[in-house]
Design a protein around this ligand. Structure first.
Ligand code: HEC
Length: 626
């Protein structure tokens, strides 16, 4: 009886303070579970960390270092401050675990009985999600020098699908994890990344990348890779679409390893037949236009606020800045005034940037204000300051420029696709920040045009055109708005300007042809539709309109008494609408008027063959046969 009471007390003591000095800490029993779970995903052969931590010998060799880096919380790398967002895959040691490691090292880093060891973690060099449905390879591997500054490189990978496919997961394989620090994938449906390559497949440098999109299809997904993280499988209904002609741009952050390395990443795509039914969107808070950090400034703040126009859930967050940023704060102020933290990073380090997925979606009701406050230290006290002595730093995409983004993946509450509502609020906010900005004005113009408010849209397209006078897109859209507002001559000027800027811009030529047709300018309209068809032979709408224009042109000529010319136009028109009984009949009438009765009869017969009930043709046929 007595002894069992004692035993109970002893167990309780061990539970409350397992690391009391009296207790011996051994690798196999106490340390291996910590290391296998928190270190081995990166500290193993072929991964990013400089040495393996898969066994006792490895750990013992680095014992002092391990004690040091874990105590300083330098390892495992984990930037977010606890209590400011609850993230999946959180890789952070507890105070208890840190103390265990300290004690283990102090006690001489003993192995202990191997029988105590947990099963070693299993890692496979295969695709983590199984064999992909499609594997994309880079056309030209990147050769990274042995020593030198970090490199930011963009690979452009065409997606060889012949029909649109739904993608439920993507796995990025770095090919050379030793030098691969971080990677983002951007979907490019506009071909704009490809145009930045000097040679097709060559890739191009740059830390950040903006893709010009001119269709309203905001991509709502973070596609990224960071060391030791598992690939993300999108939940049901949240697949994204890969379209023919689309490119994936793989933006990678490479760190030289001391020897020359070849970097040849691959991307695996996993398809599903379940289409997208939930439409998330990426929301960006930033104020890079105001980033101008004086040399020596210890606390420069970049801030942005955005009021959400509908109920939504935040699914993930991706904070981004370059070297000078120290403290990042992202939070939401709810309509009742309370604050919800989205993320707080007290000691930003670009090397460990990544996307963080929330364990549970963070609900933000309509009217919530999301805020970003980023603090930059451009003094020489900042050990990461790349400039010594410090220099004035402004915003830009290169490593020595600065940026400050708080990207959020948000999913509006409700069944419908509500991205347009969000997009409108984003555009309005952008216009507040940058009244003369091309994108903001262009998007606002598009929004108003979609809402059938062409008169209001015109002013925005004009400002967009002013911001980028060389943009054929802005000129053409301005033209479209002018047409809608019945200002045809001005519209024509804009379409012609767009074509001067880019003679191969078929959309502008199509718009010009349509405008000319509306103005009754048949000859020009016909010539321009013909050119559209020469460039895009399978443009069905252009064929149809061309047939119409030629028919109407013929009618006009007939009305003015020029039947010979009318016959020619009608015959032209037949090439585009051979099955139109009305056209055959009009042609027949004109032929009859110039006394080509046989040909006229043939046309009436053709009309009746196409439509036996077509009265005008039947009557004309009866008359001519008399
Ligand atoms: C996400 C990947 C990752 C994880 C997880 C990780 N490490 Fe590391 N570790 C690295 C990389 C990469 C380096 C190389 C240094 C660098 O890039 O800054 C490194 C370097 C180190 C170093 C050398 C530090 C120096 O100053 O040279 C030690 C020691 C270390 N890690 C221990 C650990 C321990 C212990 C754990 C687990 C508790 C751990 N690491 C978890 C990636 C990781």
């Amino acid at each position: 009886m007595k002894s069992s009471v004692l035993l109970l007390i002893a167990t309780a003591a061990a539970a409350t303070s397992p690391a009391s000095p009296a207790r011996e800490v051994t690798f196999y029993r106490d340390i291996a579970p910590i290391v296998y779970q928190n270190c081995a995903p990166c500290h193993r052969p072929g991964e990013s960390a400089p040495f393996s931590l898969l066994g006792f010998e490895d750990a013992k060799r680095h014992a002092a270092q391990i004690a040091d880096v874990t105590k300083r919380r330098f390892m495992p790398p984990w930037l977010p401050e606890p209590g400011h967002g609850d993230f999946q895959e959180e890789r952070r040691l507890t105070d208890e675990q840190i103390r265990l490691i300290q004690d283990w090292v102090k006690q001489g880093a003993q192995a202990g009985p191997a029988a105590d060891a947990p099963a070693p973690p299993k890692f496979s060099s295969e695709w983590k999600l199984g064999q992909p449905d499609m594997i994309l390879h880079v056309a030209k591997p990147y050769e990274l020098y042995a020593d030198g500054p970090e490199v930011f490189w963009n690979f452009v990978l065409p997606v060889p699908v012949t029909a649109a496919r739904w993608v439920k997961a993507m796995e990025i394989r770095p090919g050379n994890a030793r030098v691969f620090h971080h990677a983002n994938v951007i979907l490019d449906r506009s071909g704009s990344a490809k145009r930045k390559e000097v040679q097709p497949g060559a890739g191009f440098p740059g830390m950040d990348l903006t893709v010009e999109e001119h269709t309203f299809d905001p991509d709502g997904f973070f596609l990224s890779w960071k060391p030791g993280s598992a690939p993300v499988v999108e939940p049901d209904g949240m697949a994204w679409h890969a379209d023919p002609g689309m490119d994936l741009v793989l933006n990678v952050h490479l760190r030289p390893s001391g020897k020359r390395e070849i970097v040849s990443p691959e991307i695996g795509l996993y398809f599903t037949d379940k289409p997208q039914t939930k439409f998330p969107m990426l929301l960006e808070l930033e104020h890079d236009g105001a980033l101008d950090i004086p040399a020596g400034d210890r606390d420069f703040v970049s801030s942005d606020d955005f009021q959400v126009p509908l109920d939504l859930n935040v699914l993930a967050v991706y904070p981004h800045a370059h070297y000078l940023c120290k403290l990042m704060e992202g939070y939401a102020t709810l309509p009742d005034g309370s604050r919800k933290w989205l993320i707080r990073i007290p000691n930003w380090d670009l090397n460990w940037q990544g996307v963080y997925n929330y364990k549970q979606p963070v609900f933000l009701p309509k009217g919530t204000v999301i805020s970003m406050r980023y603090h930059y230290d451009n003094s020489s006290d900042n050990p990461r300051n790349p400039n010594n002595p410090p220099k004035r730093v402004r915003n830009g995409n290169e490593a020595l420029d600065e940026m400050g983004d708080l990207w959020l993946q948000v999913l509006p509450v409700g069944d419908q696709d509500q991205r347009a509502v969000l997009q409108e609020a984003v555009t309005k906010r952008r216009l507040e920040k940058y009244p003369a900005d091309f994108v903001a004005n262009f998007d606002m113009g598009d929004l108003l045009l979609n809402q059938d408010n062409a008169t209001a849209a015109i002013a925005y397209f004009e400002r967009a055109s002013l911001a980028q006078p060389a943009s054929p897109l802005a000129a053409s859209e301005l033209g479209v708005a002018l047409v809608e507002a019945s200002r045809l001559p001005e519209a024509q000027v804009q379409f012609k300007r767009a074509l001067q800027l880019d003679p191969r811009y078929t959309d502008a030529r199509y718009n010009l042809a349509s405008e000319e047709a509306t103005s009754g300018d048949w000859a020009d309209a016909a010539a321009d539709f013909k050119e559209v068809l020469a460039e895009k032979p399978d443009n069905a709408k252009a064929r149809q309109h061309l047939g119409e224009v030629l028919f109407l042109w013929g009618d006009d000529l007939a009305k003015s008494g020029d039947d010979n010319q009318a016959v020619l136009r009608y015959r032209d028109a037949l090439a585009y609408r051979a099955n139109d009984p009305e056209l055959h009949t009009s042609l027949g009438m004109a032929l009859a008027r110039v006394n080509q009765l046989k040909e006229a009869q043939a046309e009436f017969e053709a009309a009746v063959r196409i439509d036996p009930n077509f009265e005008p043709a039947k009557q004309a046929l009866a008359a001519i046969q008399k």
